[in-house]
Write a protein that binds this ligand. Structure first.
Ligand SMILES: NC(=O)c1ccc[n+]([C@@H]2O[C@H](COP(=O)([O-])OP(=O)(O)OC[C@H]3O[C@@H](n4cnc5c(N)ncnc54)[C@H](OP(=O)(O)O)[C@@H]3O)[C@@H](O)[C@H]2O)c1
Length: 305
Protein backbone atom coordinates (compact mmCIF):
# COMPACT_ATOMS: atom_id res chain seq x y z
CA UNK A 1 0.00 0.00 0.00
CA UNK A 2 1.38 3.39 -0.97
CA UNK A 3 0.65 5.78 1.90
CA UNK A 4 0.88 9.54 1.41
CA UNK A 5 1.14 11.60 4.62
CA UNK A 6 0.47 15.35 4.58
CA UNK A 7 1.92 17.57 7.32
CA UNK A 8 5.10 15.50 7.07
CA UNK A 9 7.08 17.74 9.44
CA UNK A 10 4.49 17.93 12.23
CA UNK A 11 4.35 15.72 15.33
CA UNK A 12 1.98 13.10 13.92
CA UNK A 13 3.39 13.34 10.37
CA UNK A 14 6.90 12.59 11.65
CA UNK A 15 5.67 9.72 13.80
CA UNK A 16 3.92 8.18 10.78
CA UNK A 17 6.94 8.62 8.52
CA UNK A 18 9.69 7.64 10.97
CA UNK A 19 8.15 4.31 11.90
CA UNK A 20 8.90 1.14 9.96
CA UNK A 21 5.43 -0.29 9.26
CA UNK A 22 6.68 -3.35 7.39
CA UNK A 23 7.14 -4.33 3.78
CA UNK A 24 3.50 -3.86 2.79
CA UNK A 25 3.55 -0.09 3.44
CA UNK A 26 5.45 2.34 1.24
CA UNK A 27 5.37 5.81 2.87
CA UNK A 28 5.80 9.17 1.15
CA UNK A 29 5.43 12.57 2.77
CA UNK A 30 4.40 16.02 1.67
CA UNK A 31 4.92 19.24 3.56
CA UNK A 32 5.68 22.89 3.07
CA UNK A 33 9.32 22.01 2.41
CA UNK A 34 11.05 19.09 0.70
CA UNK A 35 13.23 18.03 3.66
CA UNK A 36 13.01 14.22 3.98
CA UNK A 37 11.80 12.70 7.26
CA UNK A 38 14.43 10.11 8.15
CA UNK A 39 14.80 8.02 5.00
CA UNK A 40 11.39 8.94 3.67
CA UNK A 41 11.23 11.41 0.77
CA UNK A 42 9.04 14.46 1.12
CA UNK A 43 7.46 16.58 -1.61
CA UNK A 44 7.14 20.32 -1.11
CA UNK A 45 3.63 21.57 -1.76
CA UNK A 46 1.31 24.41 -0.89
CA UNK A 47 -1.90 22.52 -0.14
CA UNK A 48 -3.96 25.67 -0.64
CA UNK A 49 -3.19 25.32 -4.39
CA UNK A 50 -5.83 22.84 -5.57
CA UNK A 51 -4.19 22.32 -8.98
CA UNK A 52 -0.85 21.52 -7.34
CA UNK A 53 -2.57 19.02 -5.04
CA UNK A 54 -4.31 17.23 -7.93
CA UNK A 55 -1.05 17.19 -9.91
CA UNK A 56 1.01 15.75 -7.03
CA UNK A 57 -1.61 13.10 -6.26
CA UNK A 58 -1.65 12.08 -9.96
CA UNK A 59 2.15 11.88 -9.93
CA UNK A 60 2.39 9.84 -6.71
CA UNK A 61 -0.81 7.77 -7.10
CA UNK A 62 -1.24 6.88 -3.39
CA UNK A 63 -3.57 4.07 -2.33
CA UNK A 64 -4.30 5.87 0.91
CA UNK A 65 -3.78 9.43 2.20
CA UNK A 66 -3.44 10.38 5.88
CA UNK A 67 -4.11 14.10 6.12
CA UNK A 68 -2.43 15.49 9.24
CA UNK A 69 -1.64 19.05 8.02
CA UNK A 70 -3.57 21.71 9.94
CA UNK A 71 -3.25 24.94 11.86
CA UNK A 72 -3.16 23.39 15.34
CA UNK A 73 -2.59 26.55 17.38
CA UNK A 74 -6.14 27.08 18.62
CA UNK A 75 -5.53 30.66 19.75
CA UNK A 76 -4.08 31.54 16.35
CA UNK A 77 -7.21 30.08 14.73
CA UNK A 78 -9.33 32.36 16.91
CA UNK A 79 -7.39 35.50 15.98
CA UNK A 80 -6.89 34.50 12.32
CA UNK A 81 -10.18 32.84 11.37
CA UNK A 82 -9.58 33.18 7.62
CA UNK A 83 -6.34 31.23 7.92
CA UNK A 84 -8.10 28.62 10.06
CA UNK A 85 -10.87 28.19 7.46
CA UNK A 86 -8.42 28.05 4.56
CA UNK A 87 -6.13 25.44 6.12
CA UNK A 88 -8.49 23.42 8.32
CA UNK A 89 -11.43 23.31 5.92
CA UNK A 90 -10.63 24.36 2.34
CA UNK A 91 -7.42 22.34 2.16
CA UNK A 92 -9.34 19.27 3.32
CA UNK A 93 -11.70 19.77 0.36
CA UNK A 94 -8.67 19.84 -1.97
CA UNK A 95 -7.23 16.69 -0.43
CA UNK A 96 -10.57 14.90 -0.67
CA UNK A 97 -11.05 15.92 -4.33
CA UNK A 98 -7.53 14.89 -5.35
CA UNK A 99 -7.85 11.57 -3.48
CA UNK A 100 -11.18 10.78 -5.15
CA UNK A 101 -9.57 11.66 -8.50
CA UNK A 102 -6.91 8.94 -8.08
CA UNK A 103 -9.15 6.48 -6.22
CA UNK A 104 -7.25 6.79 -2.91
CA UNK A 105 -8.85 6.27 0.49
CA UNK A 106 -8.48 9.18 2.94
CA UNK A 107 -8.00 9.42 6.68
CA UNK A 108 -8.42 12.82 8.32
CA UNK A 109 -7.63 14.05 11.84
CA UNK A 110 -10.11 15.93 13.97
CA UNK A 111 -10.30 16.96 17.60
CA UNK A 112 -12.17 16.89 20.92
CA UNK A 113 -12.64 20.66 20.39
CA UNK A 114 -15.77 19.76 18.39
CA UNK A 115 -17.39 19.32 21.86
CA UNK A 116 -18.28 21.98 24.43
CA UNK A 117 -16.52 20.26 27.34
CA UNK A 118 -19.49 20.09 29.66
CA UNK A 119 -19.79 16.30 29.89
CA UNK A 120 -16.65 14.55 28.69
CA UNK A 121 -15.30 12.07 28.01
CA UNK A 122 -17.29 11.84 24.79
CA UNK A 123 -18.25 8.97 22.51
CA UNK A 124 -18.68 9.15 18.74
CA UNK A 125 -22.47 9.39 19.23
CA UNK A 126 -22.40 12.48 21.47
CA UNK A 127 -23.70 15.79 20.16
CA UNK A 128 -21.07 18.28 18.99
CA UNK A 129 -20.99 21.95 19.93
CA UNK A 130 -17.63 23.59 19.20
CA UNK A 131 -16.72 26.66 21.25
CA UNK A 132 -13.84 27.88 19.09
CA UNK A 133 -13.02 28.63 15.45
CA UNK A 134 -10.56 25.71 15.52
CA UNK A 135 -13.30 23.32 16.68
CA UNK A 136 -15.81 24.75 14.22
CA UNK A 137 -13.48 24.46 11.19
CA UNK A 138 -12.50 20.93 12.18
CA UNK A 139 -16.15 19.91 12.56
CA UNK A 140 -16.97 21.35 9.13
CA UNK A 141 -14.04 19.46 7.64
CA UNK A 142 -15.31 16.16 9.09
CA UNK A 143 -18.46 16.43 6.96
CA UNK A 144 -16.33 16.39 3.79
CA UNK A 145 -14.99 12.95 4.73
CA UNK A 146 -18.17 11.45 6.16
CA UNK A 147 -20.17 12.17 3.00
CA UNK A 148 -21.45 8.78 1.72
CA UNK A 149 -19.89 9.49 -1.68
CA UNK A 150 -16.42 9.81 -0.16
CA UNK A 151 -16.06 6.82 2.15
CA UNK A 152 -13.50 8.60 4.30
CA UNK A 153 -12.13 7.96 7.78
CA UNK A 154 -12.19 10.63 10.52
CA UNK A 155 -10.20 10.08 13.72
CA UNK A 156 -10.80 12.60 16.49
CA UNK A 157 -7.93 12.80 18.93
CA UNK A 158 -6.59 15.03 21.72
CA UNK A 159 -3.58 16.07 23.79
CA UNK A 160 -0.87 14.50 21.60
CA UNK A 161 2.54 13.98 23.19
CA UNK A 162 5.82 12.33 22.29
CA UNK A 163 9.41 13.41 21.87
CA UNK A 164 10.46 13.74 18.25
CA UNK A 165 13.20 15.84 16.73
CA UNK A 166 12.27 19.21 15.20
CA UNK A 167 8.70 19.44 16.41
CA UNK A 168 7.26 22.10 18.67
CA UNK A 169 7.00 21.33 22.40
CA UNK A 170 3.80 19.58 23.47
CA UNK A 171 1.88 19.18 26.71
CA UNK A 172 4.44 16.72 28.09
CA UNK A 173 7.77 17.89 26.66
CA UNK A 174 7.16 21.57 27.43
CA UNK A 175 6.51 21.13 31.19
CA UNK A 176 9.19 18.45 31.36
CA UNK A 177 11.81 20.88 30.03
CA UNK A 178 10.60 23.52 32.51
CA UNK A 179 10.71 21.02 35.40
CA UNK A 180 14.24 19.91 34.49
CA UNK A 181 15.45 23.53 34.44
CA UNK A 182 13.42 24.59 37.49
CA UNK A 183 11.76 27.27 35.36
CA UNK A 184 8.55 28.99 36.50
CA UNK A 185 5.40 27.36 35.15
CA UNK A 186 1.69 28.20 35.28
CA UNK A 187 -0.61 25.30 34.46
CA UNK A 188 -4.39 25.25 34.17
CA UNK A 189 -6.15 23.05 36.69
CA UNK A 190 -9.64 22.88 35.14
CA UNK A 191 -9.03 21.38 31.68
CA UNK A 192 -9.54 17.62 31.56
CA UNK A 193 -8.69 15.07 28.90
CA UNK A 194 -6.89 11.83 28.09
CA UNK A 195 -3.39 12.42 26.70
CA UNK A 196 -2.53 10.43 23.57
CA UNK A 197 0.90 8.94 22.90
CA UNK A 198 1.52 10.01 19.31
CA UNK A 199 2.97 6.67 18.17
CA UNK A 200 -0.23 4.90 19.30
CA UNK A 201 -2.25 7.26 17.14
CA UNK A 202 0.07 6.67 14.17
CA UNK A 203 -0.22 2.89 14.64
CA UNK A 204 -4.02 3.14 14.84
CA UNK A 205 -4.16 5.18 11.62
CA UNK A 206 -1.96 2.72 9.72
CA UNK A 207 -3.93 -0.29 10.97
CA UNK A 208 -7.28 1.31 10.13
CA UNK A 209 -5.85 2.12 6.70
CA UNK A 210 -4.76 -1.49 6.23
CA UNK A 211 -8.28 -2.59 7.19
CA UNK A 212 -9.76 -0.09 4.71
CA UNK A 213 -12.08 1.18 7.43
CA UNK A 214 -14.22 4.30 7.00
CA UNK A 215 -16.39 6.32 9.41
CA UNK A 216 -15.77 8.17 12.67
CA UNK A 217 -13.53 6.99 15.53
CA UNK A 218 -12.25 8.54 18.76
CA UNK A 219 -8.64 7.90 19.78
CA UNK A 220 -6.97 8.92 23.05
CA UNK A 221 -4.89 7.49 25.87
CA UNK A 222 -6.44 5.53 28.73
CA UNK A 223 -5.63 8.00 31.54
CA UNK A 224 -8.20 10.74 32.16
CA UNK A 225 -6.87 13.67 34.18
CA UNK A 226 -6.46 17.46 34.37
CA UNK A 227 -3.53 19.40 32.93
CA UNK A 228 -2.30 20.06 36.45
CA UNK A 229 -2.45 16.36 37.35
CA UNK A 230 -0.66 15.55 34.11
CA UNK A 231 2.30 17.77 35.01
CA UNK A 232 2.39 16.34 38.54
CA UNK A 233 2.46 12.80 37.11
CA UNK A 234 5.24 13.72 34.69
CA UNK A 235 7.24 15.20 37.59
CA UNK A 236 6.63 12.16 39.78
CA UNK A 237 7.51 9.75 36.97
CA UNK A 238 10.87 11.42 36.32
CA UNK A 239 11.45 12.26 40.01
CA UNK A 240 11.46 16.01 39.45
CA UNK A 241 10.50 18.76 41.87
CA UNK A 242 7.20 20.41 40.85
CA UNK A 243 6.86 22.58 43.96
CA UNK A 244 7.47 25.75 41.93
CA UNK A 245 4.50 25.00 39.63
CA UNK A 246 1.66 27.49 39.92
CA UNK A 247 -1.89 26.68 38.93
CA UNK A 248 -4.58 28.88 37.40
CA UNK A 249 -8.06 28.49 36.00
CA UNK A 250 -8.75 28.70 32.28
CA UNK A 251 -10.73 31.90 32.92
CA UNK A 252 -7.49 33.50 34.19
CA UNK A 253 -5.22 32.07 31.50
CA UNK A 254 -5.85 34.87 28.97
CA UNK A 255 -6.19 32.48 26.03
CA UNK A 256 -7.88 33.81 22.89
CA UNK A 257 -9.88 30.64 22.16
CA UNK A 258 -12.42 29.17 24.61
CA UNK A 259 -11.52 25.63 25.73
CA UNK A 260 -13.75 22.61 26.31
CA UNK A 261 -13.03 22.08 30.03
CA UNK A 262 -14.42 18.65 30.91
CA UNK A 263 -13.35 17.04 27.66
CA UNK A 264 -11.83 13.66 26.82
CA UNK A 265 -12.62 11.01 24.20
CA UNK A 266 -13.93 7.52 24.90
CA UNK A 267 -12.04 4.87 22.96
CA UNK A 268 -14.24 1.75 23.22
CA UNK A 269 -15.09 1.74 19.51
CA UNK A 270 -11.54 2.03 18.20
CA UNK A 271 -10.24 -0.50 20.75
CA UNK A 272 -12.83 -3.03 19.54
CA UNK A 273 -11.87 -2.30 15.93
CA UNK A 274 -8.10 -2.59 16.53
CA UNK A 275 -8.03 -5.30 19.19
CA UNK A 276 -5.61 -3.39 21.43
CA UNK A 277 -5.76 -0.54 23.97
CA UNK A 278 -3.85 2.73 23.75
CA UNK A 279 -1.17 3.49 26.35
CA UNK A 280 -1.93 4.94 29.76
CA UNK A 281 0.05 8.08 30.60
CA UNK A 282 2.64 6.10 32.59
CA UNK A 283 3.04 3.57 29.76
CA UNK A 284 3.42 6.41 27.25
CA UNK A 285 6.06 8.12 29.40
CA UNK A 286 7.94 4.83 29.79
CA UNK A 287 7.96 4.28 26.04
CA UNK A 288 8.93 7.89 25.35
CA UNK A 289 11.84 7.71 27.81
CA UNK A 290 13.61 4.89 25.94
CA UNK A 291 13.54 6.60 22.56
CA UNK A 292 16.92 7.72 21.28
CA UNK A 293 16.04 11.41 20.81
CA UNK A 294 14.61 11.59 24.32
CA UNK A 295 17.66 9.97 25.89
CA UNK A 296 19.93 12.40 24.06
CA UNK A 297 17.91 15.50 24.95
CA UNK A 298 17.11 14.55 28.54
CA UNK A 299 20.33 12.67 29.31
CA UNK A 300 20.53 14.06 32.86
CA UNK A 301 17.12 12.78 33.92
CA UNK A 302 17.10 10.08 36.53
CA UNK A 303 15.02 7.43 34.80
CA UNK A 304 12.46 5.43 36.72
CA UNK A 305 13.68 1.90 37.36
N1 LIG B 1 -1.54 18.04 18.66
C1 LIG B 1 -2.65 17.75 19.29
O1 LIG B 1 -2.72 17.70 20.53
C2 LIG B 1 -3.91 17.48 18.49
C3 LIG B 1 -5.12 17.32 19.16
C4 LIG B 1 -6.28 17.06 18.43
C5 LIG B 1 -6.22 16.94 17.06
N2 LIG B 1 -5.03 17.11 16.42
C6 LIG B 1 -5.01 17.03 14.97
O2 LIG B 1 -4.05 16.06 14.57
C7 LIG B 1 -3.41 16.48 13.36
C8 LIG B 1 -1.92 16.46 13.55
O3 LIG B 1 -1.55 17.31 14.62
P1 LIG B 1 -0.02 17.63 14.92
O4 LIG B 1 0.08 17.91 16.38
O5 LIG B 1 0.86 16.63 14.30
O6 LIG B 1 0.14 19.02 14.18
P2 LIG B 1 1.46 19.90 13.99
O7 LIG B 1 2.62 19.30 14.70
O8 LIG B 1 1.08 21.30 14.32
O9 LIG B 1 1.73 19.76 12.45
C9 LIG B 1 0.85 20.29 11.52
C10 LIG B 1 1.55 20.32 10.18
O10 LIG B 1 0.67 20.96 9.27
C11 LIG B 1 1.46 21.71 8.40
N3 LIG B 1 0.72 22.82 7.80
C12 LIG B 1 0.15 23.86 8.43
N4 LIG B 1 -0.37 24.71 7.52
C13 LIG B 1 -0.11 24.15 6.31
C14 LIG B 1 -0.36 24.54 4.97
N5 LIG B 1 -0.99 25.68 4.66
N6 LIG B 1 0.05 23.74 3.96
C15 LIG B 1 0.71 22.58 4.24
N7 LIG B 1 0.99 22.17 5.48
C16 LIG B 1 0.59 22.95 6.49
C17 LIG B 1 2.58 22.25 9.27
O11 LIG B 1 3.65 22.60 8.42
P3 LIG B 1 4.99 23.31 8.97
O12 LIG B 1 5.78 22.18 9.59
O13 LIG B 1 5.61 23.84 7.74
O14 LIG B 1 4.54 24.36 9.94
C18 LIG B 1 2.86 21.10 10.20
O15 LIG B 1 3.91 20.30 9.71
C19 LIG B 1 -3.99 17.85 13.02
O16 LIG B 1 -5.03 17.70 12.11
C20 LIG B 1 -4.57 18.33 14.34
O17 LIG B 1 -5.64 19.23 14.16
C21 LIG B 1 -3.87 17.36 17.10
Amino acid sequence: MRLLVTGAHGLLGRSLLQTDWGADIDCIGCGRRAEPVGDVPCHAIDLTDVDAVVELWRQLRPDRVIHTAAVTNVDQCETEPELARRVNHEIVAHVVAASLDVGAGIAHLSTDYVFDGQQGPYSEQDATRPLSIYGQTKLESEALLLDPGVDGLVVRTLWLYGHLRSVRPNLVTWPLAALVRGKPMRIVSDQWGNPTYVHDLARALVELSRQGVSGLFHMGGTTFLSREQLVRQVAEHFRLDASHMETMTTANAGQAAPRPLRSGLRTDTIEAQLGWSPASLVEGLERMAVETAFRQDFADLSMPS
